[in-house]
Design a protein around this ligand. Structure first.
Ligand code: GDP
Ligand code: MG
Length: 237
């Protein structure tokens, strides 16, 4: 098994965390839980589980700032700890832990960034309402058209980065917090000439806990995407 760290951001995932860690255990990866001081006690639970499970460590952050800053903190820690592959996985079972070896295999086969993709043949979403489907597919379509790239699923958050990608992309310049963060990291990797590959996945809606998707997260993506393109045209991305 390669030297891979799964970054697992949590905010109020009390009911999901333990089953998620148990599902990750057989994969031979390291797991870094990144908790933003969840009011439901997910952070304390993570500490208890980390004592029992030696592949788990926990990064505590003082407050909720969105997925982007949580992941950036996680990436930096994973790189400092020597990970060759750094993964993003949601802690709500929308991303099937059993798909992780396929993402890693795509990188072993030459991808620099492997994306779990809902919008390539073989991929899809399950138990999502029509509104959420339209927003998600529309968001990827909008970003693809605006940025002029061929990636079908730009907003997904199930990814495996080869270490060099995170070392090369200017992480300090990334301020996006929500879906825009997913679009931006993939776009910056493409701009640096890295090979990005889409691996089909079935995305399943969560059954436990609540989504943190908000109007603000949606709107951020709407205005950040053209800004990103303008910055790229100015040679700054
Ligand atoms: N640390 C941290 N985790 C977050 C934050 N927002 C969302 N998450 C986690 O990121 C993952 C995906 O979030 P979710 O709300 O399910 O987004 P959705 O799948 O787009 O509805 C889950 O594991 C959340 O607990 C945040 O601000 N900080
Ligand atoms: Mg989710």
């Amino acid at each position: 098994m390669p030297n891979a760290t799964v970054c697992l951001p949590t905010y109020n995932e009390r009911g999901n965390l333990e089953p998620m860690l148990r599902a990750l255990a057989p994969l031979g990866v390291r797991v870094l839980v990144i908790d933003d001081n969840s009011p439901d006690g997910t952070g304390e639970l993570a500490d208890r589980l980390a004592e029992e499970l030696d592949f788990v460590s926990v990064l505590h952050r003082a407050q909720k700032e969105g997925l982007g800053p949580a992941y950036l903190a996680g990436f930096r820690r994973a790189l400092a700890d020597g990970a060759d592959y750094v993964l993003e996985v949601d802690c709500d079972f929308s991303h099937d832990p059993a798909d992780i070896p396929r993402l890693i295999a795509a990188c072993d086969d030459g991808a620099d960034l492997a994306l779990g993709s809902r919008y390539v043949p073989g991929g899809g979403t399950e138990n999502w309402g029509i509104a959420r489907r339209i927003v998600s597919w529309g968001g990827s379509f909008y970003a693809r058209a605006m940025l002029g790239v061929s990636i079908r699923d730009l907003t997904g958050g199930f990814k495996c980065f080869r270490r060099v990608v995170l070392e090369t992309v200017d992480l300090d310049a990334i301020e996006s917090k929500g879906y825009a963060f997913q679009i931006e990291t993939t776009y910056r990797a493409l701009r640096k000439g890295f090979r990005v590959v889409e691996v089909p996945i079935r995305f399943v809606d969560r059954t436990e806990g609540q989504s943190k998707m908000s109007r603000a997260i949606f709107l951020e993506a709407v205005w950040k995407v053209p800004l990103l393109r303008l910055r790229a045209l100015a040679g700054r991305v």
